[in-house]
Design a protein. Structure first.
Lengths: 252, 210
């Protein structure tokens, strides 16, 4: 049976994981490769490295980070953040990324989705959509949720699929960082509208939130960052919880 | 002798190369069909549309078949495994290598109308003895991403089910092997399968030396 995927996100700046990483007894705290190794051992299904580096020069460090993580990881690896065009995508693919995640660049030039899908295959192209509730719609924002894109998340997801995207990474701006749970209504609305997998993101606070997003939210995968950073073996514990709730997961 | 990894432009092969290198295998990229002569085995990878296999011209077909006659093991990954069959409904006018009987067909998602493509980790059901899958724990999961699937035939080593449809997830005739999933992205289970393939290649190389 096809498993619901659990994906860990590493927010990386200048070669270091920056979002609330705090392990005890791990000397390489903040090292993306060390964290990736731990998640892999715990049974994570996939990893996303998100480049939150502000400046162009420091982006050069990103390929090094991707290479270091990819060197010992044999599960799917997606890289996003700051992919502005074909050259950026090529650099991370060359470094070992299996998938690239496009956000603002795809909104600015949707044909980039098709270009990359032709180059690497649709399975390698994820379109990341950051959206929040506004009146009766889900408004899409670009540039780290600061600029209204003037699009609806459901319509944009459909267009992205038509243009060749292989998956949608849907983040609720309202829920991001709140630990109040995923936006299940928004996730279900987008997931029902497309025939490609939807990865839910934003709001994971406890294990029950994952059960909700896989049932009510109709998500194919769920992504989280800080919930995994604090506890040892939390990936495996989450998967056992999901299995007990009747949700198919991959257990090693 | 190194293993030939054929790059015919269907997707990025970095991960496949990395996994084989991790296991200590020496690979090279053949530039022409004649380059296959020095290979200890031939790997045909690939993702994407079946029409991409058109780049594997009749000269490649002939060179790969000649290699099989010399005892070279052949391993198809994802699109590369589909190509081992007669063809695919995805590109009806594009012939496969035709070593395995049957054609690839499009997944429907079944009565539950599951999403197609089939993306993610799914379980393998062994179908008979296969050295390629030797030692794999029961219920092992591997990573898939595909819309078309290979038929279940006597060559099938394992099947997978999606939306009520069962398809060949791995084939193994002894010399001709293939996997629909991505062993290079399937964690320990995937590495174990690649190790089994490499063991097959070195066994054959050892037999030749003797």
């Amino acid at each position: 049976m096809l498993a619901k995927r659990i994906i860990a996100c590493l927010d990386v700046r200048d070669g270091q994981v920056v979002k609330g990483v705090q392990f005890e007894g791990l000397r390489t705290a903040g090292d993306p490769a060390a964290l990736a190794r731990r998640y892999n051992a715990e049974g994570i299904d996939e990893l996303v490295i998100l480049d939150v580096t502000a400046t162009l020069e420091k982006r050069l460090a990103m390929a090094r980070t991707v290479r270091a993580v990819a060197a010992e990881l044999f599960i799917p690896l997606c890289v996003g953040g700051g992919i502005r065009g074909v050259d950026d995508a090529a650099a991370v693919v060359e470094a070992g990324a299996d998938k690239v995640s496009l956000n603002s660049a795809a909104l600015a030039d949707p044909s980039l989705i098709t270009t990359l899908a032709r180059q690497y295959g649709s399975q390698a192209v994820i379109v990341a959509i950051d959206a929040k509730r506004e009146d009766a719609r889900y408004a899409v924002y670009s540039r780290s949720a600061t600029v209204a894109a003037g699009r609806d998340a459901v319509e944009w997801a459909r267009e992205a699929e038509d243009r060749g995207a292989g998956e949608i990474l849907l983040t609720s701006i309202d829920r991001d960082g709140t630990k109040a749970g995923f936006d299940c209504e928004m996730t279900a609305a987008v997931s029902s509208a497309v025939n490609i997998p939807v990865i839910a993101s934003g709001g994971a606070g406890d294990f029950s939130h994952f059960v909700d997003v896989f049932t009510r939210g109709r998500a194919d995968a769920a992504l989280a960052a800080s919930i995994f950073h604090y506890q040892e073996n939390s990936v495996e514990a989450l998967k056992r919880h999901l299995q007990e709730a009747g949700i198919p997961v991959r257990l090693q | 002798m190194p293993i030939a990894l054929i790059d015919y432009g269907a997707g990025n092969l970095t991960s496949v190369r990395k996994a084989f290198a991790h296991l200590g295998a020496e690979l090279y990229q053949p530039q022409s069909p004649g380059d296959l002569e020095r290979a200890s085995a031939v790997v045909v990878p690939g993702v994407g549309h079946f029409a991409a296999t058109r780049a594997l011209t009749s000269e490649w077909h002939a060179a790969i078949r000649a290699g099989l006659d010399r005892g070279q093991p052949l391993f198809g990954i994802c699109l590369g495994m589909q190509w081992l069959f007669e063809g695919s409904d995805e590109a009806p006018d594009c012939p496969g290598l035709g070593l395995l009987e049957g054609r690839c067909w499009k997944l429907t998602g079944g009565p539950e109308r599951l999403k197609v493509p089939h993306v993610g980790w799914n379980t393998l059901e062994p179908a008979g003895d296969s050295a390629l899958l030797a030692g794999l724990p029961a219920g092992s999961s591997v990573y898939f991403t595909h819309s078309y699937a290979c038929p279940v035939t006597p060559a099938t080593a394992a099947t997978t089910e999606y939306g009520g449809e069962r398809f060949a997830a791995a084939v193994d005739t002894g010399q001709v092997m293939g996997v629909q999933f991505h062993p290079e992205k399937s964690g320990e289970a995937g590495l174990a399968i690649l190790r089994n393939f490499l063991a097959r290649v070195s066994t054959r190389a050892g037999a030749e030396t003797r």
